[in-house]
Write a protein that binds this ligand. Structure first.
Ligand SMILES: [Mg+2]
Length: 385
């Protein structure tokens, strides 16, 4: 008889701290700040599923207490149904915020459980395998032109052939010549054979620029063969995004701060974006991300995942990339201990700058508890005691 039930026994939050990478935020993250949290779903069958949430560990712990009566004893083999149950029954408790973020990590972990129980990679369970590898684009914070070029050279040497530069001084000094000098230096440093993307990071606090700046900057970016212009406007400026997309010679990208599939509908129906970038660790997990990605496809909008924040977020993005027809890029932050320093077998680039999509069961990756313990006071919760 087919396996039809594996009970959820407990869910633990494993906050990461000590090496939290800078975000480029105007009030910058400190290494000890908790902004990324792992999730472990333990089951009656002895299978543990892993997920990731892009938010503070204390918030995730509090959310798990609220959600516990809803997930206790549920069937860990049914990620989409269980996640939807959690969404539907917490409508009045801050939907779209901490609870949605936390459900994202649970959902990713439930897909991991399902894959492990069935001995199949999540990508295949999502419907099929369009590709076996994806190109990680190396995400780096902007800096003055010279140090930025030096940093890019380090990662080019490691084998990356796609880069995104973002945040930092860009658009924040009222100096369009500096903005252009940064992009020019980056274009030279990445080389003719590499893709380059630019992220203004307008979801930063008190973003000072509006539509006029975004249009002028987009015209400048076209001169440097920039592949997309991301978060060029404040994240709620839907009308301005529509106008920017009409005028920009460079594809317009955004959507990383939106949560819940329903929030994406107006951005797609009104053609506000060329590329939509939901974050599986915030938006509602793999289940929600997959629906958004397919909906975007119906509108001719490209989907590129934003789950860069931990190795498990990247693993989720890789499985989604396997199962969607037009996704060959995943975001990959350069030099984060939470991506490079947690897995038993870290991600590795091939000669063309691609990562092989893990083909093992579930997310296809495993955490090394001794590595996780360097960055979390609760690493022991990875193993059910
Ligand atoms: Mg971004």
């Amino acid at each position: 008889m087919a396996l039809d039930f594996v009970g959820i026994r407990s869910i633990a939050a494993i906050p990461l701290m000590g090496e939290s990478p800078k975000g480029g935020w105007s009030t910058e993250i400190k290494p000890d700040d908790s902004v990324h949290t792992l999730i472990a779903v333990h089951t009656d069958a002895g299978i543990t599923g892993l997920g990731s949430v892009f938010t503070n560990g204390g918030l995730v712990e509090a959310a798990l207490k609220v959600l516990q009566p809803l997930y206790a004893g549920e069937n860990a083999l049914e990620p989409e149904r269980v996640s939807e149950k959690l969404h539907q029954n917490t409508f009045w408790m801050g939907r779209g915020g901490t609870l949605t973020h936390t459900i994202s990590g649970i959902d990713i972990a439930l897909w991991d459980v399902l894959g492990k129980a069935l001995d199949q990679p999540v990508g295949r369970l999502l419907g099929g395998t369009y590709r076996k590898r994806a190109k990680p684009y190396c995400s780096l914070l902007m800096d003055e032109p010279e140090p930025l070029a030096e940093t890019i050279a380090v990662y080019r040497e490691q084998g990356f052939r796609a880069f995104k530069i973002g945040w930092g001084p860009f658009g924040r000094r009222g100096d369009s010549k500096l903005d252009e000098a940064i992009v020019r230096a980056a274009r030279e440093a990445v080389g003719e054979d590499s893709q380059l993307f630019v992220d203004a990071g307008a979801s930063d606090a008190y973003w000072p620029n509006g539509l006029r700046w975004a249009i002028n900057t987009a015209l400048m970016l076209a001169d440097y063969e920039v592949g997309w212009f991301e978060e060029a406007l404040r994240p709620d400026a839907l009308d301005d995004f529509c106008e920017l997309r009409r005028q920009s010679p460079v594809p317009v990208a955004g959507g990383e701060v939106l949560t819940r599939r329903q929030s994406f509908t107006p951005w797609l129906t009104r053609r506000a974006l060329d590329i939509v970038q939901p974050d599986a660790t915030k938006v509602g997990g793999i289940s929600e991300q997959r629906r958004i990605a397919w909906l975007a496809d119906e509108f001719g909008v490209r989907y590129v995942g934003h789950g860069w924040n931990t190795a498990l977020g990247v693993a989720a993005d890789l499985q989604l990339a396997a199962a969607l027809p037009h996704v060959d890029l995943v975001e990959f932050i350069g030099g984060s201990a939470y991506v490079d320093g947690l897995l038993t077998t870290p991600f590795a680039l091939d000669a063309e700058g691609y990562i092989e999509i893990p083909s093992g069961p579930g997310l296809g990756v495993s955490l090394d508890p001794s590595k996780v313990s360097r960055y979390s006071p609760n690493a022991s919760a990875l193993i059910l005691s």
